[in-house]
Ligand binder design. Structure first.
Ligand code: CMC
Length: 383
C-alpha cells in the first residue's frame, strides 16, 4: 500500500463496510436496512426498528413479542447502581451521569463472551432496557426524589416518560416521542458510532462500547447540538431578532446550531419528519412561541447559507418536541443516546462477524534526531 493523503475529519474516507444504514446526502435519503426512514416513522416503533437494525430483518410478531418482553423484564437497575448514582453531584451533566452508569453495567454483566449468541442477545436487551431507566433515575434523584420503578404495563416510550415525569403521558405524546427515538436510532458512521466501533474492535465488552460512544455523543458538534439549539432560540427571543442574530453569527463565523451536516447537503430528512411531529404536538398541546422563531431561523439560514449546502439537521426540531413534552433541556442528548444505543449495538454486532482492530496511521509532522537537553540547561523560548 502506498502512502496516502491526510484528510482532516476523515471526510469521505470509508472506514468500514456496513449493511445497517444508508444515507444519500444530496437527495436527502436515509434508509435503515434498505427501508426508508419515512416509512418506518409512519409504520414501525422504536423497538421494532432497533430489532431490525441489530438483527438485520424485521421481526415476526412472535420475535418482536419475545424481544419486547425480554426488554420489559430487564428494565430495572441494581440497587448498587442506583446508590452509586445517588452520589453523583446534582449539578453534573446527565450525559456524564449516563456515561458513568453505562460503564458501571460492565461491572455487573461483563463476561466478554463474544462468541456466545446468548451473551450477545442478553447484552443487547440489557443495554436497551436499562439505559432509559438510568437516564430517568438520574433526573429524579438530582431533584431530590427517589427514582421510580419501571411499570410493566407500559410500552418502552410510555414507560420512559412515566419514569421521567412520574405521570403516564397521553398516547400522542408517547407516540411522538417513540418516533423521535426511531429517527435517532442510527446514522451510518457518525462520530459516536465510529467511537463505538473503535472500542468494539478491541473485543472489549459492549458496556464499554456504549460508554465510549456516549462520551463522544455528548459534544456540541454532535448530539449536544439539540441542547444548544434551545439555548440559541431562547437567546434570540423574538422573531424580529432572528435576522440580526443570524447575520451576526455569519459575520463572526459562529456556528448556527442545528444546521449543517457532514453528509447532508439538503435538509436532513429526519428534520422534515421531526418538524411535522412538532406541529402535531403543538396542535394537541398548544402553540409554541419558539416554533415561530425556529421557522424564521430556518428561513434566514436557508437564504444566507443554503447555497453552501447548510440546512437544518436532525437536532434543529427535536429540541422543540422534547421541550413541548416538558423534558429538561440537558436531557435532550441523553435521549439521543437512548435511541442511538440501537445503532451502536447494530454496529457492534456487525463488527463481531468480521473484526479487525482499528489501527490507522498518521503522518508524522515532528522533528527527528533531537538532542536530550539536561534539565538545568533548558531555557524556554531559546531552544
Ligand atoms: N453554521 C454556520 N456555518 C457553518 C455551519 C453552521 N451550523 N456548519 C458548517 N458551517 C460552515 C463552516 O463554518 C465552514 O465554513 P468555512 O469553509 O468558511 O470555514 C463550512 O461550513 C464547512 O464546515 P465544516 O465544519 O468543515 O463542516 P463539517 O462537515 O466538518 O461539520 C458539522 C459538520 C455538523 C460539525 C457542522 O455543520 C456544525 O458545526 N454544525 C453545527 C452543530 C450541529 O448542528 N451539529 C449537529 C450535527 S447533526 C447530528 C449529529 O451529528 O449529532
Amino acid at each position: 500500500m502506498t502512502a496516502c493523503e491526510y484528510i482532516p475529519g476523515l471526510e469521505n474516507v470509508p472506514a468500514a463496510q456496513s449493511a445497517i444504514s444508508y444515507v444519500d446526502g444530496q437527495k436527502g435519503i436515509l434508509e435503515y436496512r434498505g427501508i426508508a426512514v419515512e416509512e418506518l416513522a409512519q409504520k414501525s416503533t422504536f423497538l421494532e426498528t432497533a430489532y431490525l437494525l441489530i438483527w438485520g430483518h424485521l421481526p415476526t410478531a412472535e420475535e418482536l413479542n419475545a424481544f419486547e418482553s425480554d426488554i420489559r423484564y430487564h428494565r430495572r437497575i441494581k440497587y448498587r447502581i442506583r446508590d452509586m448514582m445517588k452520589c453523583f453531584p446534582e449539578s453534573g451533566h446527565p450525559m456524564d451521569a449516563l456515561q458513568t452508569s453505562a460503564a458501571a453495567l460492565g461491572l455487573f454483566y461483563s463476561r466478554r463472551a463474544l462468541n456466545d449468541p446468548q451473551y450477545i442477545r442478553q447484552a443487547v436487551v440489557r443495554l436497551l432496557a436499562k439505559i432509559p431507566t438510568m437516564v430517568a433515575a438520574f433526573q429524579l434523584m438530582r431533584k431530590g426524589n427517589d427514582p421510580i420503578q419501571p411499570n410493566d404495563e407500559l410500552d418502552y416510550s410510555t414507560n420512559f416518560l412515566y419514569m421521567l415525569t412520574e405521570r403516564v403521558p397521553d398516547t400522542i405524546a408517547a407516540r411522538v416521542f417513540d418516533v423521535c427515538l426511531l429517527l435517532h436510532a442510527e446514522h451510518t458512521i457518525n462520530a459516536s458510532t465510529f467511537s463505538a466501533m473503535v472500542t468494539a474492535s478491541t473485543m472489549t465488552d459492549p458496556y464499554a462500547v456504549v460508554a465510549s460512544a456516549v462520551g463522544t455523543l455528548a459534544g456540541p458538534l454532535h448530539g449536544g447540538a439539540n441542547e444548544e439549539v434551545m439555548t440559541m432560540l431562547a437567546e434570540i427571543g423574538t422573531i424580529e431578532n432572528v435576522r440580526p442574530y443570524i447575520e451576526d453569527c455569519i459575520a463572526n463565523k459562529k456556528r448556527i446550531m442545528g444546521f449543517g451536516h457532514r453528509v447532508y447537503k439538503v435538509k436532513d430528512p429526519r428534520a422534515t419528519i421531526l418538524q411535522q411531529l412538532a406541529e402535531r404536538l403543538f396542535e394537541q398541546m398548544g402553540h409554541d412561541h419558539f416554533y415561530d422563531i425556529a421557522l424564521e431561523v430556518e428561513k434566514v439560514v436557508e437564504e444566507k447559507l443554503g447555497h453552501r449546502g447548510i440546512y437544518a439537521n436532525v437536532d434543529f426540531y427535536s429540541g422543540l418536541v422534547y421541550g413541548k413534552l416538558r423534558i429538561p433541556t440537558d436531557l435532550f442528548t441523553p435521549i439521543f443516546a437512548i435511541a442511538r444505543v440501537a445503532g451502536w449495538l447494530a454496529h457492534w454486532r456487525e463488527q463481531l462477524d468480521a473484526n479487525r482492530i482499528f489501527r490507522p496511521t498518521q503522518i508524522y509532522s515532528g522533528n527527528h534526531n533531537q538532542p536530550y537537553i539536561l534539565i538545568q540547561d533548558r531555557v524556554r523560548g531559546e531552544e
